[in-house]
Design a protein around this ligand. Structure first.
Ligand code: HEC
Length: 251
């Protein structure tokens, strides 16, 4: 008897609960349909970001400015932050701070303090705090993408990106075919990023500009190209800064 009753009640209660608690949020986002990206659900606490702020002011602000607007180091907010970190994971941002900041003095703050700093950077860039602290857990940090409320956007012109594709020549031009969508990247570890690429390839074509030395010997290989993205109408061009072999063949 009890079981039967539960079966009847549970869906009813769930409907009430969902309608009451989440009804508002649902109607507000009904047009968008997609769920909010994780980073918008509150992945750190305000207290944690405040702790991070204190360490940042002591250890980082003399190069990045206390308002994060940059100085000897780049700005860490707004357009610059979006261009360099948009669509990347919080794990990548944390790794950058952990392994490279401050330059030559990475030991001045612990990993825990650096994670707190990362939450301060998230708060400064408008991502909301929540109920639980962000934890030092690579899997969890890798699951949080730095994106706008509508999810990943195509990388903008001027961004430093990476593209993987198959090198072809057409006259004097070099292009990658079967190319992945350009994604925001960095020059910190070109060989490591190429090695970590697991596919799949894409359907795009990206013209390589200013490739030096000429990469004729790499024709027919699958390459990772890094450089500055230049979108020109429907064409995608890359001002190449590095080329690295992903595989010696093309699919
Ligand atoms: C001595 C000056 C200096 C100090 C101190 C310093 N940085 Fe940097 N930072 C730089 C420079 C220069 C760069 C650009 C070169 C690079 O990316 O490695 C940079 C780059 C960065 C980036 C990547 C920015 C981007 O958009 O690519 C982050 C994030 C960062 N710093 C955070 C920190 C944090 C957090 C601290 C304190 C723990 C810190 N930095 C301390 C000079 C500094």
């Amino acid at each position: 008897m009890a079981q039967t009753r539960l079966r009847v009640f549970r869906p009813f209660l769930l409907a009430l609960y969902a309608g009451g608690l989440f009804g508002l949020a649902w109607s507000a986002t009904a047009a968008a349909q997609a769920p909010l990206p994780k980073i918008w659900t509150g992945v750190y606490t305000e207290a944690q970001a405040q702790r991070g702020r204190d360490v940042f002011l002591n250890r980082c602000a003399h190069c990045h400015d206390e308002r994060l607007t940059g100085g000897d180091g780049p700005a860490l907010i707004a357009g610059q932050f979006n261009r360099n970190w948009g669509s990347r994971t919080v794990q990548r941002l944390f790794t950058k701070v952990k392994e490279r900041m401050p330059p030559g003095e990475v030991f001045v703050a612990s990993d825990k303090e650096k994670l707190d700093i990362v939450t301060f950077l998230l708060m400064s860039n408008g991502f909301p705090p929540g109920e639980h602290e962000l934890r030092l857990d690579a899997d969890e940090l890798s699951s949080i993408l730095i994106v706008g409320k509508n999810g990943p956007e195509p990388a903008p012109t001027g961004a430093l990106v990476e593209v993987v594709g198959c090198l072809i020549t057409e006259g004097d031009d070099y292009s990658l075919t079967n190319a992945t969508a350009p994604s925001v990247s960095s020059m910190d570890d070109v060989a490591g990023d190429a090695k970590a690429f697991k596919g799949p390839l894409g359907t795009g074509k990206v013209k390589l500009l200013d490739v030096y030395p000429k990469p004729d010997g790499l024709k027919g290989r699958t390459l990772m190209a890094k450089g500055l993205l230049i979108r020109n109408g429907t064409a995608t061009n890359l001002n190449v800064m590095a080329l690295e072999t992903v595989s010696a063949t093309c699919p």
